[in-house]
Design a protein. Structure first.
Length: 440
């Protein structure tokens, strides 16, 4: 009998170590082979349960295998519904488009047409950039410090991370980088700086086709753009003939409470990119929402073989049906977001306000530990105690909490207890050893 867990000899990870590229990343922080998942929990092959605050990096906002979505998908598969249909008209797509229009767009008076690019976030960003350049006849794009927009070449040009940019192995052009809100401290309004540069014909910044912005920088370190700053950037973009692209791939689909993260600021972006949680089930799916007046695409100008993941249409439609017909999910995200904030603030205060501070918005929040090494130790300690979390920020110094939006409050508290214990054992030893909650 061969041991299924170690077909290549050695340890439990031998298969991956022998056969998978070194490019794998998350797996390295969580050395365990997972087998099942439900709600906020992942189960390892040996049955050990883990609380998941990583959640496919906000791709699983409704939790793992949400029952309502699972049954819709199972029914569709059982009835021989179309799986792959290029971009042919089909019922699954029709049903998604109608649901999206009726549940999301119409109530918000957003007159967007929907483009289905390839099924990843980077695909959506590439399409958005191309379209903005085509419409305006300009090539420059304004992107912000610490922004993350994906790693294909066009998207990567807009991404800040030096590590990811270096992997391109070629010049990344066509983008002017400007400071995000707060980048130069609270006394500098970086929107004014943007306006100044675009108003000065000799600033050296070419007139942009678009400004691309995240309302909360997920990968960049949970930096939150202020409402006023966002509104100002939108006005400045318009005044200078540039389109406003909001990249809502991570912050959208309820992560900050409303369906779109830009609703709180009252923005009406020209183009919106979505992916991650839009299918609701972890199935690959991406959207580009285009203001109807700006839909200047010619047929097939931007294409791809996988532009219609019918299974994702089915689960996305079921998610809209189940979670977005009322305001109750958004309201519970507001509540749990506040809980998350107060716990993280409390942890930071308790252990060392100089070495820890809470940041983020809604249910995408975290704790800035000022050191990648410390954050790494906290993540690994939390994992040993049954919690998955990831790091974000330029030095991976921010421990990020992305619990499912539907998590029960006691599970949320349980996860935060584990995080607090981990922080206590890593940085609290000098200050607060007496107050560590009893766990280990
Ligand atoms: C994850 C992410 C992307 C890239 O999406 P992929 O599906 O990984 O290509 C782009 N923008 C933001 C804001 C993201 O968080």
């Amino acid at each position: 009998m061969t041991d299924r867990s170690a077909p290549y000899g050695g340890d439990e990870f031998a298969t991956f170590n022998h056969l998978e590229s070194e490019v794998r990343s998350y797996a390295r922080s969580f050395p365990v082979v997972f087998a099942r998942a439900q709600g906020a929990q992942l189960f390892a092959r040996d049955g050990t349960a883990y609380l998941d605050f990583l959640m496919g990096c906000s791709s699983l906002n409704y939790g793992h295998n949400p029952p309502e979505l699972k049954s819709a998908l199972a029914d569709y598969i059982a009835s021989d519904g179309i799986t792959h249909g290029l971009d042919l008209y089909n019922e699954a797509k029709e049903s998604f488009l109608r649901g999206f229009h009726e549940t999301i767009l119409r109530p918000r008076q957003l007159d967007y047409v929907v483009q289905f690019p390839g099924p990843t976030g980077a695909n959506a960003v590439e399409a958005a950039l191309k379209l903005a350049r085509k419409i305006t006849g300009r090539s420059n794009i304004i992107a912000f410090t610490n922004g993350f927009h994906g790693v294909s070449l066009g998207a990567l040009s807009c991404t800040g991370s030096r590590y990811h940019r270096a992997a391109a192995g070629q010049l990344l052009g066509g983008v002017t980088r400007l400071p995000y809100d707060g980048y130069l401290g609270s006394s500098v309004d970086t929107a004014d700086y943007l306006d100044h540069l675009l108003s000065d014909a000799s600033s050296g910044v070419d007139a942009p086709a678009a400004v691309i912005v995240e309302t909360v920088q997920g990968e960049g370190g949970l930096n939150v753009a202020g409402t006023e700053w966002l509104r100002k950037v939108a006005v400045i973009a318009r005044r200078h003939g540039a389109l406003l692209i909001v990249d809502d791939i991570q912050a959208g689909v309820g992560r900050t409470d409303a369906f779109f993260s830009f609703e709180a600021a009252g923005l009406r972006p020209d183009i919106v990119t979505m992916a991650k949680s839009i299918s609701g089930y972890g199935l690959p799916m991406a959207l580009v929402l285009i203001d109807r007046q700006l839909d200047k695409w010619e047929p097939g100008e931007h294409n791809g073989t996988f532009r219609g993941n019918c299974h994702a249409f089915v689960t996305a439609r079921a998610a809209l049906e189940h979670f977005w017909r009322t305001d109750s999910l958004a309201a519970s995200v507001r509540e749990k977001g506040n809980l998350l904030k107060s716990r993280l603030d409390h942890i930071a205060q308790k252990y060392d306000p100089d070495r820890a501070s809470a940041k983020g918005r809604g249910m995408m929040r975290g704790i800035d530990l000022k050191s990648g090494q410390v954050a790494g130790q906290v993540i690994s300690t939390a994992f040993q105690n049954g919690l998955l979390l990831e790091a974000a920020g330029p030095k991976d110094e921010i421990v990020k909490c992305l619990p499912p939006l539907v998590i029960a409050e006691d599970q949320l508290s349980q996860g935060l207890d584990v995080l607090e214990d981990a922080i206590a054992s890593v940085i609290g030893s000098t200050r607060a050893c007496g107050s560590v909650r009893g766990k280990s």
